[in-house]
Design a protein around this ligand. Structure first.
Ligand SMILES: [Zn+2]
Length: 273
């Protein structure tokens, strides 16, 4: 499922390619992905022009001028693919948007996903995104801001802190694994138990792990806006999905453990509870 790096890559590509293009048509094959009736959606979107496109955690926020925001979420997986003309269309898709220059993009969802339309004047009315926390790779997400957040969430477990989208957006079960391994933190450690050095090391690990994947175009099994696969794969991961393999730091066998409703991959020697 796409997390911050994959969405970051797609949103930036969309921003580069779509800004200034005007919507000519939409094709809605699966109206349940929308938050408004299909005819209302079409009526509002056709004739509007794409402004900036931004990543917000696992969501993509696209300005549709004048007056609207298009909010896209790929759910548990899917793809958003640009096409230069109709001859390049992928076989399967749930949604297609055509621009007046003959280009466009399709959306396909593997399980569920959202294409929501919200008035620009009231983005806070969109319940699913109203409470999203800040992006951990944004310029203004400083270590001081992270320490303040930790101060407010002392009773939380460190993994649930990282993956709760109300705290910080975009980290899920893929990237949380190595983000916790680098500063040698067990996923169930309480925030209150972290030393100042551990907190700062955790902040640095968030930056390093996410930015490495962004630089490589995201995960290998996810596609970018031009249909290319990312280059971040198992060889870049440290403990994530490496059950039974040796820890890269100490050689101890990596274990898969249950942490609440999710699985965690840890080195039992490096990451003591
Ligand atoms: Zn180890």
């Amino acid at each position: 499922m796409p997390e911050l790096p994959e969405i970051f890559v797609i949103a930036n590509q969309m921003n580069n390619v779509l800004t200034g293009k005007t919507v000519a048509r939409v094709e809605i094959r699966q109206p349940k992905n929308l938050n408004v009736p299909a005819d209302e959606f079409e009526g509002a979107v056709v004739g509007k022009t794409f402004g900036g496109v931004e990543p917000r955690g696992k969501w993509i926020f696209a300005e549709l001028k004048p007056g609207y925001l298009l909010l896209i979420n790929l759910g548990m997986g899917g793809d958003l693919i640009y096409f230069k003309d109709e001859a390049d269309l992928p076989e399967n898709y749930h949604f297609k948007l055509d621009f007046d220059d003959g280009t466009g993009f399709t959306a396909r969802f593997f399980w569920f996903g959202y294409i929501h339309l919200v008035g620009c004047a009231c983005p806070g009315d969109h319940k699913m995104t109203a409470d999203l926390g800040p992006s951990p790779v944004a310029d203004d997400f400083t270590v001081e801001r992270f320490l303040e957040l930790l101060e407010k969430k002392k009773r939380s477990g460190v993994k649930s802190l990282l993956t709760n989208q109300k705290n910080i957006t975009g980290i899920g079960n893929v990237y949380a694994q190595d983000v916790l391994f680098v500063p040698k933190l067990h996923p169930l450690r309480k925030v209150a138990s972290l030393s100042d050095d551990e907190k700062r090391a955790l902040y640095d690990a968030i930056q390093t792990v996410l930015n490495e994947s962004i630089d490589l175009g995201g995960l290998k099994y996810e596609k970018d806006f031009f249909g290319a696969s990312g280059r971040y794969s198992g060889e870049h991961m440290l403990v994530a999905y490496k059950e039974g393999k040796p820890c890269p730091e100490c050689g101890t066998t990596i274990e898969k453990i249950k942490t609440g409703s999710t699985a965690s991959y840890i080195c039992p020697k490096c990451q003591k509870e």
